[in-house]
Design a protein around this ligand. Structure first.
Ligand code: NDP
Ligand code: MG
Length: 381
């Protein structure tokens, strides 16, 4: 029985993780979870599963839930995230929280040697060098949940990783893939939230439309697999059937394919190295799909992807600044305070003005993160 802590249980990845845990209740036990403000979804989980500890965002919500569920312990806030992540009985932490807020709890769980199944890519982008060096020091395995990285990981099974030449990340192109740059001027939040292939949380759906999501994933791949940026490519592939590929020195290319369903990579991170069935998962029928399409990515069209490569190659706190600027700008766009194209404008301005510090410690990273959010807010005013 694997004992699981889940951060971000009420989100898109979180709820799909709950589905997997329910399907394989004989293998996985939910020990603790966190949610944010969605109390309806929190209650729904508590009616189905009986964890020992739950963390929410506010003290008021924690007190209210305590009355209703007297057999569960409740806590709240950022300390609560750490408590959930480091629960003494937990062996596997699934981190599906949104944004760099997941960093402290990830590091705390790593220092206890727990296995980390990580969806929370912002943590790897903002502090990849810290996360990976601590993981090595404390012998904490880091398993990818992001579909591209799971595909890369699966395509490395049993291989000599020294023979890897290239990682090829596939990209659907997001909601605006058929629009030119000029056509992006007047797009709305509603248009941007309409992703062609995947149903995901709002922030990552916007990131997919700007292609910053692929930029974060390029950095995530560099961090997880220690691959130089020159050897990480992005390939447009509109069907999202090939989830990513690894090219080896003998020119062989290994890939992982499947219908777009995040439960597959979530479950693989939990069952690894085993595989388990998934109820209601759609089998891949290539004959029915008929054709797969591929196209080179245009860095002028997808400027955010170019910015992410630049930040990755530079390394240091500019990664934190880029990520925090993106988080803040996407929130402003979702709030209809800035336009779609202003998202990348904010990021670019923050990066241009940033005084980069290489190999930053945690304190420096947290300071740059909060300072950057203030800078983006002041740009809007
Ligand atoms: P959602 O917005 O759907 O869910 C985010 C979760 O985090 C919710 O449980 C939310 O709580 C909680 N949360 C948000 N802010 C805070 C905070 N400040 N403190 C505590 N909890 C908070 O996001 P997704 O599930 O889409 O994404 C989660 C992560 O996984 C992201 O890093 C994303 O990039 C990554 N990812 C997502 C994929 C997807 O298919 N969705 C695919 C690959 C990666 P509540 O809702 O209760 O307020
Ligand atoms: Mg992905």
């Amino acid at each position: 029985m694997k004992k699981i802590s889940l951060l971000g249980a009420t989100g898109s990845i979180g709820l799909q993780t709950i589905d997997i845990l329910e399907q394989h209740a004989d293998q996985f036990q939910l020990v603790a979870f966190s949610s944010g403000r969605n109390m309806e979804a929190t209650r729904n989980i508590l009616r189905k599963l009986t964890p020992q500890l739950v963390s929410v965002m506010t003290a008021d919500d924690a007190h209210a839930l305590q009355q209703e569920f007297p057999n569960v312990a409740f806590t709240y806030g950022n300390d609560g995230l750490v408590e959930v992540a480091t629960h003494p009985e937990t062996t596997v932490l699934v981190n599906a929280v949104l944004g760099s807020v997941g960093l402290a709890s990830t590091l705390a769980a790593i220092r206890m040697g727990k296995t980390i199944a990580i969806a929370n890519k912002e943590t790897l982008v903002t502090a990849g060098h810290l996360v990976m060096s601590e993981a090595k020091k404390y012998n904490a395995p880091i398993l990818p949940v992001d579909s591209e990285h799971s595909a890369l990981f699966q395509s490395m099974n049993g291989e000599n990783i020294k023979r890897i030449e290239r990682l090829i990340l596939t990209a659907s192109g997001g909601s605006f893939r058929d629009k030119t740059r000029a056509e992006l001027e007047g797009v709305t939040v509603k248009d941007a939230l309409n992703h062609p292939n995947w149903s995901m949380g709002a922030k990552i759906t916007i990131d997919s439309a700007t292609m910053m999501n692929k930029g974060l994933e390029v950095i995530e791949a560099h961090v997880l697999f220690d691959m130089p940026y020159d050897n990480i490519d992005v390939l447009l592939h509109r069907e999202s059937i090939i989830h990513s590929m690894v090219e080896y020195s003998d020119t062989s290319v290994m890939a992982q394919l499947g219908s777009p369903d995040m439960r597959v990579p979530i479950q693989y991170a939990l069952s690894y190295p085993d595989r388990l069935p998934i109820a209601n998962a759609q089998r891949l029928n290539l004959a029915q799909i008929g054709q797969l399409h591929f196209k080179e990515v245009d860095f002028d069209r997808y400027r955010a992807l170019k910015l992410a490569y630049d930040a990755g190659r530079a390394g240091g706190t500019v990664l934190t600044a880029m990520n925090a600027a993106n988080e803040a700008a996407v929130a402003l766009f979702l709030d209809e305070k800035i336009t779609f194209l202003q998202i990348e404008e904010c990021i670019e301005r923050v990066m241009d003005a940033h005084n980069n510090i290489l190999l930053p410690d945690l304190e420096t990273i947290l300071a740059v993160d909060s300072e950057t959010r203030k800078i983006v807010q002041s740009m809007v005013k």
